[in-house]
Design a protein around this ligand. Structure first.
Ligand code: ADP
Ligand code: MG
Length: 443
């Protein structure tokens, strides 16, 4: 058996064990394998791969190789030297691209490329579609319509198509525009009777990238112009790529014919990234910024930021800043302190004061009145409601709740809770109000 055969066989065993998702992220990128004197050396792209495999699957490699080779082997990892070179090459390409974009007046973020777009289950389909379009503009899927939530990589992905084409097909005319800017241009063109120029600009391109198209909702003239633009490009097999925060069927106030143009090619969505993908994104960015991050710090960040990749980057920037300001290494304690604002609501325990504030806001009261011994009628009921909510939503003891609500004892809190329960069953409007407050505090 050659080394290649051994590796081939081992890989399929590993893939079966870990599943294709993890396999694609962590095993497929292993660059080479050497076997010598009962030692297997795997070349990994960077030290994160080594750490990740060792942490999560400590025996996977040795067991697999032992199974395939029929004898025990030691497994070592070698960090690829290619990576440093890769980063250098990417930076050189970036400079080059920047100059070309500037010379040709194309507004496109040169950093948004396929190279630094991390894929996982959540975005694989959209990424594959985008790559196909970049390789074969006008012929693969037309239009390509990509949709997904805020900060999930729509602008990055559609820009990557533009940048890839700029890199490989110098003669191609690429145009990136946000739907907002397009709208402004349409309005200006109509006002100054320059619609011919507008047509010339948008219909003589090889690839038109339109970002955040949901912006054209309710804008009749812009929709009209967009419809004819798409038609004209489509007929000449010029590529159209569209991004949106929702699928075409949910873009309500556009004309049916425009919506049907959006749906004519391929629709691809970007979902929330899974934990593994978030980890991989953090690692990629950390490597690029030459930040030293321990596995547990990366896992911590990935566990608190779930819905927005831009926020993942925000975390890294803060940590980097903190580390260079204090001269300390980034560790888990620093991460917990620096990133406490990022803890999402579901992870943050609800406290008494937060409930009091919400109740005061709702009834137009002052926080200090609710907390003080004041006993006026306007305060009594809101205070009872606040006590009830504290009992429902916090782990605070009854006497702690009482103490914070004008120095009441725990019997008063029990009495208040019973009163509220009672009112809720008897009065539907009251019940609804309490539900509203509950939802305000815990969405
Ligand atoms: P959207 O347009 O969907 O709001 P962006 O494309 O602006 O989101 O992405 C927000 C940030 O997250 C950008 O800095 C982008 O580079 C980064 N990002 C998003 N998805 C990925 C990914 N899959 N891999 C690496 N970086 C990503
Ligand atoms: Mg965007």
């Amino acid at each position: 058996m050659t080394v290649e055969d051994v590796w081939e066989k081992s890989r399929s065993i590993i893939e079966e064990k870990v599943g294709s998702n993890i396999f694609d992220l962590w095993i497929r990128p292993i660059k080479s394998v050497q076997i010598k004197d009962q030692q297997v050396t795997l070349e990994v792209p960077n030290r994160f791969f080594k750490e990740w495999i060792e942490d999560y699957y400590p025996n996977l490699m040795s067991e697999t190789f032992e199974g395939v080779l029929g004898q025990a082997v030691a497994v070592r990892y070698k960090i690829s030297e290619k990576e440093a070179a890769d980063i250098k090459r990417m930076e050189a390409r970036l400079e080059n691209r920047k100059t070309r974009l500037a010379n040709r007046g194309i507004y496109l973020n040169p950093r948004y490329t396929f190279d630094n777009f991390v894929t996982g289950q959540s975005n694989q389909f959209a990424q594959a579609a985008a790559k196909a379009v970049a390789e074969n503009p006008g012929r693969a899927y037309n239009p390509l319509f990509v949709y997904g939530g805020v900060g999930l990589g729509k602008t990055h992905l559609i820009s990557a198509i533009g940048n890839a084409v700029i890199d490989c097909r110098q003669e191609y005319n690429v145009l990136y525009v946000s739907a907002e800017q397009f709208t402004n241009e349409v309005v200006a063109a109509i006002r100054h009777s320059k619609t011919e120029e507008l047509k010339k600009k948008y219909r003589n391109v090889d690839i038109l990238l339109i970002d955040d198209v949901q912006f054209v909702e309710n804008k009749v003239q812009t929709q009209e112009e967009l419809f004819y633009t798409i038609n004209s490009l489509y007929e000449k097999q010029q590529q159209i790529v569209i991004s949106s925060d929702r699928p075409p069927r949910e873009i309500k106030t556009v004309t049916d014919r425009l919506r049907s143009r959006f749906s004519m090619g391929l629709i691809a969505d970007i979902q929330l990234p899974e934990f593994e993908t978030r980890v991989a994104i953090i690692q990629k960015k950390a490597t690029k910024e030459r930040m030293e991050l321990k596995e547990e710090v990366i896992a911590f960040i990935a566990s608190i930021i779930k819905t927005n990749i831009r926020e993942l980057e925000g975390c890294l920037i803060r940590l980097g800043a903190q580390s260079s300001l204090t001269g300390k290494q980034i560790d888990i304690d620093m991460a917990k302190t620096v990133l406490k604002d990022f803890l999402q609501d579901e992870d943050k325990p609800i406290n008494i004061e937060q409930i009091q504030k919400t109740v005061c806001e709702y009834f137009g009261l002052k926080l200090q009145d609710l907390k003080a011994r004041k006993r006026t009628k306007e305060i009594a009921l809101p205070r009872q409601i606040a006590m009830y909510l504290c009992k429902q939503l916090t782990k605070a003891s009854l006497s702690d709740i009482g103490k914070n609500m004008g120095g009441k004892d725990h019997a008063t809190v029990i009495y208040a809770c019973n009163q509220i329960e009672d009112k809720k069953t008897k009065d539907d409007n009251f019940n609804k109000m309490v539900e509203t407050l509950l939802r305000k505090i815990k969405p």
